[in-house]
Design a protein around this ligand. Structure first.
Ligand SMILES: *Cc1c(COP(=O)(O)O)cnc(C)c1O
Length: 381
């Protein structure tokens, strides 16, 4: 089945009792048994719920995996993956990791004796030099947030494989429409479904996808044992959202490519970070491993006045100032004063997070209106 057919049909079938074409919201905590142990596969909703089952199967199909495992948030999914480890184990990842993941690693799991090493994952030799006999995982995001670096998934897979480590790919920014990491060597794909997969900024949820039976069994065990499971209403919303994933992503990519070109030629803009631009350092790898280049753009303003960035932010009207990304509506963010404000300026700037860096989550509105909105805000500086 092709992707556009899968998003509509995978994992779902008409409801067996009524024929309802849309998977019902099974708003129930428990299920009646005919006799002890004689049930229909459902005993208690932390363990199994039919709405969640449909969503898990749909996501597994989209990522070309065998098992989808959903969680109450992207962070609960990250938490479950780290719980595969034990004290003394090591994880290699990147400095420009999603802030919440970095916080969970360094402020929660480090205290349990798990060691986290951060390096530049785009420097293959550097990654190899960080491998030790205790390395159990390489943790990749690509494109990264907010500097939109591209990490070579296949190269990371081969390093992980020779080290006997698992490769985890957080596929939140790309979605399976753009890349399917399990096909090129990843062991675990992670999603914040809150973003493009849900796509409508109305739900918080996470997921893991794998294609290895023992790994699936352990993660399903952790999902039930630790209990960070989503409710059926939220599963329904994500099921509904992914039915339009392919056409939303197509438009996100189209709009972002046009806006990136527009920004590149704008006299007030210093640098545009978008993997779809030929001058982006990761452009060639992105072309190989992605179908298109996504809906996220970062750019910096000429000069280094934070006030200019703040003026820009208070003069956009269609781009709303907010955290998060991946919804149908356009959002704008300023990492230095928002998501990354807790990191000292000198540290921030080491990873390219300057005071005038602005991040756009380009929505699916009409491109002419988006361009005009950005142009007007730049004129206000
Ligand atoms: C948002 C996000 C997360 C965390 O997901 P939540 O649903 O907010 O818990 C993890 N990784 C990336 C790349 C994200 O953007």
């Amino acid at each position: 089945m092709k992707f556009g057919t899968k998003v509509i049909h995978a994992g779902v079938q008409p409801d067996p009792t009524t024929g309802a074409i849309m998977t019902p919201i099974y708003q129930t905590s428990t299920y009646v048994q005919a006799a002890p142990g004689d049930h229909k596969g459902y005993e208690y909703s932390r363990t199994h719920n039919p709405t969640r089952t449909a969503l898990q199967q749909a996501i597994a199909a989209l990522e070309n995996g065998t098992h989808g495992i959903c969680f109450a948030s992207g962070m609960a999914a990250v938490d479950a993956v780290v719980k595969l480890l034990k004290p003394g184990d090591e994880v290699i990842s990147t400095f420009d990791l999603y802030g919440g993941t970095y916080r969970l690693f360094t402020q929660v799991f480090a205290a349990y004796g798990i060691k986290f090493t951060f390096c530049s994952l785009s420097d293959i030799e550097q990654v190899k030099s960080k491998i030790t006999s205790a390395t159990r995982m390489i943790w990749v995001e690509t494109p990264t947030n907010p500097t939109l670096q591209i990490i070579d998934i296949a190269a990371m897979a081969s390093i992980a494989k020779s080290a006997g480590a698992l490769l985890v790919v957080d596929n939140t920014f790309a979605t399976p429409y753009l890349q399917t990491p399990l096909d090129i060597g990843a062991d675990i794909v992670l999603h914040s479904l809150t973003k493009y997969m849900g796509g409508h900024s109305d739900v918080v949820m996470g997921a893991l996808v794998v294609k290895d039976q023992p790994l699936a069994e352990r993660l399903i065990f952790l999902q039930n044992a630790c209990g960070g499971t989503p409710g059926p209403q939220d599963c329904f919303l994500v099921l509904r959202g992914i039915k339009t994933l392919h056409i939303r992503m197509e438009r996100h990519c189209y709009n972002a490519q046009h806006l990136a070109a527009f920004l590149s030629n704008h006299p007030k803009v210093e640098k545009v970070l978008y993997p779809g631009l030929a001058n982006h350092p990761g452009h060639q790898i992105a072309k190989q491993q992605m179908k298109d280049f996504g809906g996220m753009i970062s750019f910096t303003l000429k000069g280094d006045r934070i006030q200019d960035a703040l003026t820009f932010l208070s003069n956009t009207h269609l781009f709303s100032l907010a955290e998060s990304l991946g919804g149908v509506e356009s959002l704008v963010g300023h990492p230095a004063s928002m998501t990354h404000a807790s990191i000292p300026k000198a540290e921030r700037e080491k990873s390219g997070l300057t005071d005038t860096l602005i991040r756009l989550s380009v929505g699916i509105e009409d491109i002419e209106d988006l361009k005009e909105d950005i142009d007007n805000a730049l004129k206000a500086i």
